[in-house]
Design a protein around this ligand. Structure first.
Ligand code: ATP
Ligand code: MG
Length: 483
C-alpha cells in the first residue's frame, strides 16, 4: 500500500509471490479493491463535485500546516500520514509531521496532548525521538475540519526489523541493538509515559558515525490520540493497522482496556525481540488474516505462544531466516534454545505479574546473556551456575583446574613421603627395642653365669676348707686329693 506507483506495485507483487500464481491473483485483487475503495471515497460523485470537494484532504507537499511546510510524504500508518516538513520559525529545521486521519475530535486530542506535554518535554534520551509540537489544521469554512497533527524529530532511519535483515545482523548484534530500545522505554516509564504502541515501525534505526542507533518514535501519541488499539483495528480491518494486533499485550486485548500500565510495553518489547530473533511474531500474522477480530483478541489473551527456538526449528523459512542472521539453520535454533527462550518468554507472560517488572530488568537480562552471566529469567540449578561460571571464566577455570591438579599431586607426593618416613622410623624404633632386649638378655645371662660361678667357687672353697680342716686334724685325705 505504501508503493504509490501502479507499475512498481505490480513488480513488487510479482517478486514477492514468486511462482504462486493464485496468491499473486488474490493479492492483485485485494490491492485493486483497496485503491478502488480509496478513490471511491475521495473522488467526487457526479453532480456533486463542489460539495464533495470540501471533504478532499487539502494537505500535500507544499501545503502549510500551522507554521510547517509539508515537503514530502514519508509514511502512512493506521493513525494518519507522516510528512517530512520544514519549520522556519523560531528555528529552521526539517521535522516529521504526522497528520492524524479525519474523524478524530481534534480538541479532545489536543487537550489530552496538553496533559501529556509536560511529561513528554521531560523525556530526554538519545534513543527517543522527541515530540516537538502539536496542533490542528485550519478550520476555515470550505476546508477539511481541523485535523490534529503532531510534530516530531525527523529520524532518517528504517524500522528495526528491516535494518537487521538488510544488514544480516547476527542474533548477538540484534540483541545489542535491542538493549538501548529497552533503555529508552525505561526512561519514558520513569517520566510517567507509557508508549502503548511499540512495534518495529515505531522503532527506527539510523546511522550516527556509521553506528546503528535505534530511536523510538511516537511516544505519547497513542495516549493523546485516545483511540484504543482494538478500535483502530476494527476500524481499518483490511488496512495496514492489522499489524498492530500482533504487538498488543493481553491486557490491551480486553475490549475496555481500562487498566494498562508500563508492563504492557514490556510485553510489546518481548514481541519485538521475538520477531528480531525468529523473523515472525509470537501470534502469527497469517493466523489473523481470516479470523474474526474478537477471536484474535481471545488468542492474544489466552493462547500460549511457541518458544522462539521451537518456532524456528518447526519453521519452513528457517534456512532463509538463519541466512539473514549469518548462521546455519541448526546453529540459529541451538543458539536461541535455553536462555534466550527464557528471556523472551518471561517478557511475553500472559500474567503481567510474571513479566519483567521494568524494561531495565529485561535489558539487564539480555546484557547478562551477552556477557555469559547468569540470566534471571529461569531458576538456575547448581549445575547451570557452574556451567555459566565455567563459560564466563574459561581461562581462569582452566588455570584453577591445573593448579588444583598440581596441588593434589603435591599433596599425594608429600603424604606418601611422610608415610614412608613414618614407617621407617617405626622400624628403626622396633629394631632398637629388639637390640636393647637382646642386650639385656645377654647381660642377664652373663650375670646368671657369674652368680653360678660364684656359688660353685664358694662351695669349692668350703669343701677345700673342710678338707683342710680334716687334714689338719689328721683325719681324712690330704689337700691334693680333696682338691
Ligand atoms: N519521526 C519520524 N521520522 C521519520 N520517519 C517517520 C517518523 N515517524 C514516522 N515515520 C515514518 O512513517 C511511517 C508511518 O508511521 P506511522 O507512525 O504513521 O505508522 P505506524 O507506526 O505504522 O502506525 P501507528 O499509527 O500505530 O504509529 C513509519 O513507518 C516511518 O517510516
Ligand atoms: Mg508510528
Amino acid at each position: 500500500m505504501e508503493i504509490a506507483e501502479f507499475e512498481e506495485r505490480r513488480r513488487f507483487v510479482e517478486q514477492a509471490c514468486g511462482d504462486d500464481e493464485e496468491l499473486k491473483e488474490r493479492l492483485r485483487e485485494l490491492i485493486d479493491n483497496y485503491f478502488r475503495a480509496g478513490s471511491f471515497l475521495e473522488s467526487p460523485a457526479a453532480g456533486f463535485a463542489n460539495t464533495i470537494d470540501l471533504t478532499v484532504s487539502p494537505e500535500g507537499p507544499g501545503t502549510m500546516v500551522g507554521p510547517y511546510k509539508l515537503l514530502q510524504q514519508i509514511g502512512e500508518g493506521g493513525m494518519g500520514t507522516v510528512y517530512m516538513a520544514e519549520q522556519t520559525q523560531p528555528v529552521q529545521r526539517k521535522v516529521a509531521l504526522k497528520l492524524m486521519r479525519s474523524g478524530l475530535d481534534s480538541r479532545q486530542v489536543l487537550a489530552r496532548f496538553e496533559a501529556e506535554r509536560q511529561a513528554l518535554a521531560l523525556m530526554d534520551h538519545p534513543n527517543i525521538a522527541k515530540v516537538l509540537d502539536a496542533g490542528s489544521t485550519s478550520t476555515e469554512p470550505g476546508r477539511d475540519s481541523g485535523r490534529p497533527y503532531f510534530v516530531m524529530e525527523l529520524v532518517k532511519g528504517v524500522p528495526i526489523t528491516r535494518y537487521c535483515d538488510e544488514h544480516r545482523l547476527s542474533p548477538r548484534e540484534r540483541l545489542e541493538l535491542f538493549v538501548p530500545v529497552c533503555q529508552a522505554v525505561q526512561h519514558a516509564h520513569q517520566k510517567g509515559i507509557i508508549h502503548r504502541d511499540l512495534k518495529p515501525t515505531n522503532v527506527l534505526v539510523c546511522l550516527y558515525d556509521d553506528k546503528p542507533v535505534p530511536k523510538v518514535i511516537d511516544f505519547g501519541l497513542a495516549k493523546a490520540a485516545g483511540v484504543k488499539l482494538t478500535d483502530r483495528t476494527l476500524f481499518t480491518e483490511f488496512g495496514s493497522i492489522v499489524g498492530t494486533l500482533e504487538y498488543m499485550s493481553p491486557e490491551q486485548a480486553q475490549l475496555n482496556q481500562l487498566d494498562i500500565d508500563t508492563r504492557s510495553d514490556i510485553y510489546s518489547l518481548g514481541v519485538l525481540l521475538y520477531e528480531l530473533l525468529t523473523g515472525t511474531t509470537p501470534l502469527r500474522r497469517e493466523r489473523f488474516q481470516d479470523t474474526a477480530v474478537l477471536e484474535v483478541l481471545r488468542q492474544i489473551r489466552e493462547d500460549e505462544p511457541q518458544r522462539p527456538s521451537v518456532r524456528l526449528s518447526t519453521s519452513k523459512a528457517l534456512p532463509s531466516v538463519a541466512a539473514n542472521r549469518g548462521l546455519q539453520p541448526g546453529e540459529l535454533s541451538g543458539l536461541i534454545r535455553g536462555e534466550i527462550d527464557w528471556i523472551v518468554m518471561k517478557a511475553l507472560e500472559k500474567d503481567r505479574n510474571r513479566r519483567y517488572e521494568t524494561a531495565n530488568e529485561l535489558a539487564l537480562d539480555v546484557e547478562r546473556f551477552l556477557g555469559n552471566e547468569l540470566v534471571q529469567a529461569c531458576p538456575p540449578s547448581a549445575w547451570y551456575r557452574l556451567y555459566k561460571f565455567g563459560r564466563r571464566n574459561r581461562g581462569a577455570v582452566l588455570a584453577g583446574c591445573l593448579l588444583l591438579l598440581a596441588l593434589l599431586a603435591g599433596i599425594a607426593g608429600t603424604t606418601a613421603g611422610l608415610l614412608q618416613a613414618r614407617a621407617s622410623a617405626k622400624a628403626e624404633r622396633l629394631a632398637l627395642v629388639e637390640a636393647r632386649a637382646k642386650q639385656k638378655l645377654a647381660e642377664d645371662a652373663i650375670a646368671a653365669e657369674e652368680a653360678r660361678f660364684a656359688l660353685a667357687r664358694r662351695l669349692a672353697d668350703e669343701m677345700i676348707q673342710i678338707a683342710e680342716d680334716e687334714t689338719a686334724e689328721g683325719r681324712g685325705q690330704d689337700r691334693k686329693s680333696v682338691v
